[in-house]
Design a protein around this ligand. Sequence first.
Ligand code: FAS
Ligand code: PHB
Length: 388
Amino acid sequence: MPVRTQVGIIGAGPAGLLLAHLLHRAGIDSVVLEDRSRPHIEGRIRAGLLEQGSVDTLVEAGLGARLLREGLAHDGLELRFEGQSHRIDLLGLTGRRITIYGQQEAVKDMVAARLETGRPLHFEVEEVALHDIATDHPRLTWTKDGTAHELHCDVIAGCDGFHGPSREAMPPEVLRVYERVYPFAWLGILAEAPPISHELIYARHADGFALATMRSKILSRLYLQCAPEEDLALWPDARIWEALQTRLGVVNTGKIIRKGVTGMRSFVAEPMRHGRLFLTGDAAHIVPPTGAKGMNLAVADVRVLAAALAAFFRTGDTALMDRYSEICLKRVWKVQRFSWWMTSMLHRYSGDDPFEHRVQVAELDTLVHSEAARTALAEQYVGLPYDI
Ligand code: FAS
Ligand code: PHB
């Protein structure tokens, strides 16, 4: 028996869950379809850094109680290169800070909030398909446990990440894709070891990039640059710790409880809307994690989409819906540039080009010795003001 809702949401990641929550607070009904299990999405270790705006958005939406209790607020970060350390005073330069709070913790908070509303959040669905997205009556179909389902919507939100079906549902003649795949990846670990610093350390080293971050005062999150298709079997714990020691200059070793390799790409799909389908977050764009922007950009998209849909369902006004893609892409491209710049400055590119090495060091040297340059970095890192 087909059912109906106002907004069909594909994906229960940060974008889909936050959108469902903001719509519910605006009195708008939605159904969330997620193809993985609840334990899987709540255990997926991904981003860890929230911009000030993301924190404010979650707190204002009533999702911030645990975040304010357990999140680690940081006033600065450190750049390490050529054996020297340089602090960027985020709070002093911008009046804003960042907060370390694991993406999976935010997902847990939003899943709990969703379930508390009693509104539909279907896990482990299969074969989600989009239909009639160019009409005013789009539909979603899916199966679960062998039973076919259909959902009539006014709007579909594609919050299904980089590999989901929603971007693929856009007519090829409409879609423009911009992409850059980097010649390296990040090997990330989660270790039961106290962080080496109370703030993040981004290190540029002749052997490659490294990043020291954290999840708590006893849980370290560390990344090191590796080959794009790196075989984890070639990285026993001892080799990982040795490489981090070389690149960061110091490590606190401990039991490694998670290990993974994340590829690096910049990707944008334009437009972010077609008919009644709206793409948000990783479904529309991917950034290299060097700027810690992936999840934060998803939050920014959702803020615009929630406001646009509230206006539409309240008064029929489509002005914001019609500008959704334009508004989001303005921020997306500024964040793409920042993430590309941070990545280009800090990573060792394949091939030993002495000129490139010198230019990278000069870029960092200029940055740390110029208040204007440090301010420009800090403004982007803590998060640009929202347009909506
Ligand atoms: P997500 O991918 O988080 O969520 C999409 C959801 O849709 C998922 O739950 C998925 O299961 C579901 N879905 C997919 N296909 C579906 C289908 N057919 N039917 C139903 N549901 C479907 N960002 C950072 O800022 N810092 C980091 O360190 C960082 N590390 C990352 C590491 C990895 C391995 C990955 C993949 C991403 C990382 N990111 C990082 C980026 C990440 O945090 C994303 O930006 C963030 O998850 C974006 O949120 P969503 O747009 O909700 O997409
Ligand atoms: C993280 O804490 O996982 C993190 C922080 C900053 C980054 C990337 C990842 O640039």
